[in-house]
Design a protein around this ligand. Structure first.
Ligand code: HEM
Length: 137
């Protein structure tokens, strides 16, 4: 992973205080660019907003605890198969996540920060997808 974890943590700290605005921006971006995934999320979207954000915080807090992180991601990936999330949805979610972080990080957003988040999201999505795949077999 070409990720600088201190950059992940410091940029997340800048974005985090914006709270529910951040997740609203994320879902608006995701659904505007990928209207096809909108039906997967109905009808619990408000509750879901906070859970995604809390999960992201927990993942960031455990970036260095490889076993815990892998465990969390595998469980999340298996549950996502049940929500109808397909492998091809993951890049779309990653693009909206990066766009959201970039929007709220302001001056804290640099090419190195973007590279780190891209690498971390690569690990998140590949671990989730592999676990969902294994569960389906
Ligand atoms: C960084 C990656 C992701 C994280 C951290 C994340 C986090 C979460 C969390 C915490 C929940 C609440 C339920 C649970 O804990 O199982 C959830 C639900 C859900 N997620 Fe994700 N998710 C991610 C990626 C995706 C992707 C790629 C999709 C594909 C479209 C997706 C679609 C959904 C759906 C459809 C639900 C259920 C919503 C509902 O009940 O209405 N997620 N996600």
């Amino acid at each position: 992973m070409t990720a600088d974890l201190s950059l992940i943590r410091s940029s997340f700290k800048v974005v985090e205080p914006h709270g529910t605005q951040v997740t609203a921006y994320f879902y608006d971006h995701l659904f505007a660019n990928n209207p096809g995934v909108r039906p997967l999320f109905a009808p619990h979207i408000d509750e879901q907003r906070d859970r995604l954000w809390a999960a992201l915080g927990a993942l960031v807090a455990n970036l260095e605890n490889t076993d815990t992180l892998t465990d969390m991601l595998q469980n999340l990936g298996r549950r996502h198969a049940g929500y109808g999330a397909l492998p091809e949805h993951y890049p779309a979610v990653g693009a909206s996540l990066i766009a959201t972080l970039r929007h709220y990080a302001g001056d804290a957003w640099t090419p190195a920060v973007e590279e780190s988040w891209t690498a971390v999201y690569g690990v998140i999505s590949s671990t989730m997808i592999a676990a969902a795949d294994a569960a389906a077999k």
